[in-house]
Ligand binder design. Sequence first.
Ligand SMILES: Nc1ncnc2c1ncn2[C@@H]1O[C@H](COP(=O)(O)OP(=O)(O)OP(=O)(O)O)[C@@H](O)[C@H]1O
Ligand SMILES: [Mg+2]
Length: 402
Amino acid sequence: MEPWTIKHQPEKISEIKGQDNAVKEIEEFLKNYDKQKKKALLLHGPTGVGKTAAVVAFAKEHDYEFLEVNASDFRNKDKINSIIGENSKQMSLFMRPKLILVDEIDGLSGQKDRGGAPELARQIKTTNFPIIMTANDAWNKKLSPVRKESKVVEFSDVDNERIIEVLSWLCGKENVEYDELVLKAVARKNAGDVRGAVNDLQSLAREGGKITKEKVNELSDRRKTEELSSALIKIFKTTDADIAKDALNDVNEDLDECMLWVDENLPKEYEKPEDLARAYDNLSKADVYKGRIRRWQHWRFLVYYNALMTAGVATAKDEKYKKMIKYEQTKRLLKMWFAKQSNSKRNAIAEKLSEKTHKSIKQTIKETIPYMKVIFKNNKEMSDKLVEELELEKEEVAWLKK
Ligand SMILES: Nc1ncnc2c1ncn2[C@@H]1O[C@H](COP(=O)(O)OP(=O)(O)OP(=O)(O)O)[C@@H](O)[C@H]1O
Ligand SMILES: [Mg+2]
């Protein structure tokens, strides 16, 4: 099925939401191109916020002759020269204005002389037509030759309200019935990322019928199973501690939940009793660290807790098992139920925090929530301020104090 981000991609610049400053700067740059000292723009910002879409929309709306290249196509600098070089000097067909997009330049190589970034910078100096580039991190050192020749334009996370506008507009186009609160939940979950929100909306609408809060929860359960399954593959299917130790980095759940998953699936994966014994030995050591973290707030033990259940379990076997099994959510229902209860509050708090801090929810859960809990136990004045600032509910405050 065609992704809605493509099917309904913005055709006009007014359809790009929440990037007013950036849009103005692009408009100004193109309108007075001849007077610009710098002949290129470098758009940068987080993923899924409209950088590429804004340029495409401009080109369409103003009927530019449009050349779009992805920087990953430039395996060497000659390629840059032949594509950009030629296009930036030749007149356009039928005297239409011309616009060149070089997308995702984070991937360019930086070495002096031989590098892609210096070559692109050289092309900018001699271009006759506007060149617009995009990157997630414009301040990457290797991009400095390009940055020197360009005006840098910042795209930011998109506000929830703007994301909701996009989502409800799409629901209208696709005849999807919805509840405002559900769209809000989808927007929040994606913390500024419009592409992510649109993709979620499309998954939710796939089954037909009204999209409800229950469906949003199902979707996140499904995501969670996918995330944890691929984390478990990294732990179970390697004996290399270095590979295994990063297994949980992309998981949105806290370590306790991950531990339950490892615990549940370990006996299905490891068959040799020696392997199992060693693995469980490491898991129980992890559990000891967990206890110390709980009781005494010894956060530096988190590293060991994580290492034991990833690298510790991975290296416990002599060799990996070839079979493939489907990893499952833990069956310890009671435990799960408790975890879920408290997780829903934790997640709600993390969502509110990440809106303010622009950190991902995942990072917030791992890095900020633990400190919030310390604050709520020890510092009344600061906790009161936080309650007000984040509009925390009574139950959420109770959870933080627990
Ligand atoms: N600000 C926005 N307003 C409206 N729709 C948006 C916005 N940002 C993103 N979208 C939607 O998400 C899709 C993807 O956005 P886009 O490709 O512009 O992201 P990007 O900022 O270039 O991200 P990346 O850094 O990953 O390339 C767009 O086609 C559009 O459907
Ligand atoms: Mg892009």
